[in-house]
Design a protein around this ligand. Structure first.
Ligand code: CA
Length: 192
């Protein structure tokens, strides 16, 4: 009887360790795939440090995480008001994943289809000239609760850096932004 119980304990312990090791292994794989955020001060906890500021305001009144976010508020539909950040692309990057949390309040766009509260990516060559391959990730009008907008974009061959643009583009009203993120995509994970 004792021998049987010992054997049972041993089997149970082995099962437990197998489970423990597979959990540890999964956590290691998960960590290896969690990529570094390339955006400087993407959560606006350090004011507008790292951003080119053309009308952004740090606000503690409404945010997604931390203590602050960035609000862009406009009264007319005749201007491009916003913030941007240019970031060098790490070597051998195939694709980049971008995301940001955005909330919109009463956004009324101007006369063009592309006007509105905008989150977009532009790619730049070695002379800081914009090249094809950029994309719009969010284009909002009206009201929108806090929503995470994200997209994986393939890096064009000649791209040296990318620019993240968050703006009220010829639109009135307000947008609030938090947790802006850009990271290299582990290409093995992308289903082709
Ligand atoms: Ca924040």
């Amino acid at each position: 009887m004792m021998a049987f119980l010992n054997k049972l304990t041993l089997i149970l312990m082995m099962k437990f360790f197998k489970l423990l090791f597979s959990i540890i292994f999964m956590l290691m794989v998960f960590n290896a795939n969690a990529q570094k955020n390339l955006v400087e001060n993407g959560g606006f906890e350090d004011n507008l440090y790292g951003w080119n500021d053309n009308g952004g305001k740090i606000t503690p009144w409404d945010f997604k995480s931390g203590k602050n976010s960035c609000a862009i508020i406009t009264t007319g539909t005749d201007k491009w008001v916003g913030i941007d950040q240019s970031i060098r692309i790490p070597k051998k990057t195939g694709s980049l994943e971008f995301s940001a949390w955005i909330k919109a309040n009463n956004v009324v766009k101007g006369e063009h289809d592309w006007d509105g509260a905008i989150f977009s990516i532009a790619f730049l060559d070695g002379s800081d000239k914009e090249i094809e391959g950029g994309d719009n990730i969010a284009h909002l009008t009206g009201d929108q609760n806090w929503t995470r907008f994200s997209k994986i974009i393939k890096v064009p061959a000649r791209a040296v850096s990318f620019k993240i643009l968050l703006a009220m583009g010829n639109a009135s009203g307000g947008m609030i932004i938090d947790d802006v993120y850009a990271a290299v995509v582990n290409d093995q994970l992308v289903v082709k």
